[in-house]
Design a protein around this ligand. Structure first.
Ligand SMILES: C[S@@+](CC[C@H](N)C(=O)[O-])C[C@H]1O[C@@H](n2cnc3c(N)ncnc32)[C@H](O)[C@@H]1O
Length: 401
């Protein structure tokens, strides 16, 4: 292990993260970015299974911490084969207990292993890699990303979260102060760090930022330590993020929160037109600068080739097989929550379409659903439900039929 890895490992042995309580039930709700069907559909436009003739994905949870992500991966991808790795013995032992209590071991085939991503070596390749908040704790994140890329199957996807410097200005100032004053990642550091923030003048911007934006996430000492007393982290901006991605040879496949990366959140009229005429990276840089609260980047990378399905032709979409996304709440019903937990009301035709789809065998092509809609109507309903991530589509196995 390198010196940085040892430092990071002993920090997480002291403050295993995240500090979520262990539950005797499956994890609440869902996180769509950890459901491979939903992720693959968002990135490519289709489901993975028919493309690869394989049903259950092989998943790596790299830097699994105390297993909150592994628990979601197990339940959102039933029957999958999951390898969850971390360098902290303590975090792994909590993770294993968390999944024992949630019942996840009966849902998926899960193995925990104490190993650094930098020393993982050769493994059977993975379809999906989840790595939340790990790469930015490596001395050289691009080496970690190269390892992840090596472990991924062609056409597979990585889900990553990295710190964004723009939204962490206040945090980084406090981190610097705590470091100069000599506080470290231990109980004393947490208690003195909290009292420093509490005792700053009431209208101090750093204090306000802490109480308005961070304190609610820092009820437990582990989170406070993770945010303010971590011994090693690197923050990214759009430019260094895309440098990292370019170096990896992977393809950027979209943010998990595409609405946040829309220029029209900030610009209108002539200014919006000017913004949209810029290259993509500059558009993202504008958003990064206009939104000072962006404190992380959460996104997907694909190992080429990643097929892309637009479904613009009616004849193509009608020859797909459809499935209702597991990341939609409220079904069966017309008032749903979409995968982002936003309200979504189905009109009566869309509701009828989904109801009939659900009652038909899974391999039924949309064109063969017993519905009295015209082909144009059917294609338009399917396209709209697919755009809203309610309907997941499998390309026809044999386009000639
Ligand atoms: C911020 S925590 C995130 C935990 C988990 N991914 C989550 O989001 O709930 C980062 C985790 O990455 C692990 N980690 C850091 N460097 C690593 C390395 N080189 N190899 C494997 N795990 C590492 C740490 O031990 C820690 O548990």
């Amino acid at each position: 292990m390198s010196d940085t890895t040892k430092l990071v490992s002993s920090f997480y042995d002291r403050f295993p993260f995240p500090g979520e309580p262990l539950l005797d039930c499956k994890p609440p709700g869902y996180i769509w970015s950890m459901c491979f069907d939903a992720v693959y559909s968002a990135c490519s436009g289709a489901l993975y299974e028919n493309l690869q003739a394989k049903n259950s994905p092989r998943i790596l949870d790299a830097g699994c911490g105390t297993g909150v992500s592994t628990d979601y991966l197990a339940f959102l991808n039933p029957d999958s084969e999951i390898l969850a790795i971390d360098i902290s013995e303590q975090a792994l032992s909590i993770a294993s207990e968390r999944l024992r209590r949630s019942g996840a071991f009966a849902i998926s085939n899960i193995t925990f292993e104490k190993v650094s991503i930098l020393e993982i070596g050769e493994r059977k390749p993975f379809d999906f890699i989840n790595s939340i908040g790990m790469l930015h704790h490596l001395q050289e994140p691009y080496i970690g990303l190269a390892e992840l890329a090596e472990l991924l199957k062609p056409g597979g996807i990585i889900h990553l979260l990295l710190y964004a410097e723009g939204g962490r200005v206040e945090i980084n100032r406090i981190k610097k102060v705590l470091k100069i004053i000599g506080l470290q990642g231990n109980d004393d550091g947490v208690s003195l760090g909290k009292s420093l923030l509490r005792d700053l003048p009431e209208n101090n911007r750093l204090r306000k930022h802490y109480f308005d934006m961070v304190a609610s996430l820092c009820d437990d000492d582990k989170s406070f330590a993770d945010i303010y007393l971590h011994p090693f982290e690197i923050n990214f901006n759009i430019s260094s993020l895309f440098e990292l991605i370019d170096k990896s040879g992977l393809e950027f496949a979209g943010f998990t929160n595409p609405n946040v990366w829309e220029l029209q959140r900030f610009l209108q009229g002539e200014l919006l037109l000017r913004g949209r005429s810029l290259p993509l990276i500059q558009q993202l840089q504008l958003i990064e600068d206009l939104d000072p609260d962006l404190d992380h980047f959460e996104f997907f990378l694909a190992k080429p080739p990643l097929p892309k399905f637009e479904w613009s032709e009616d004849s193509e979409i009608l020859r797909t097989c459809g499935r209702i996304s597991p990341c939609v709440s409220g079904w069966p019903g017309q008032d749903l929550l979409d995968q982002e937990m936003n309200p979504l009301t189905l009109d009566s035709k869309a509701y009828k379409f989904l109801k009939i789809l659900q009652d038909c065998p899974q391999e039924t092509q949309l064109v063969d659903l017993p519905l009295d809609f015209s082909s144009e109507e059917m294609a338009s309903i399917a396209r709209d439900l697919h755009r809203r991530n309610v309907l997941l589509l499998s390309p026809c196995r044999n386009p000639a039929t």
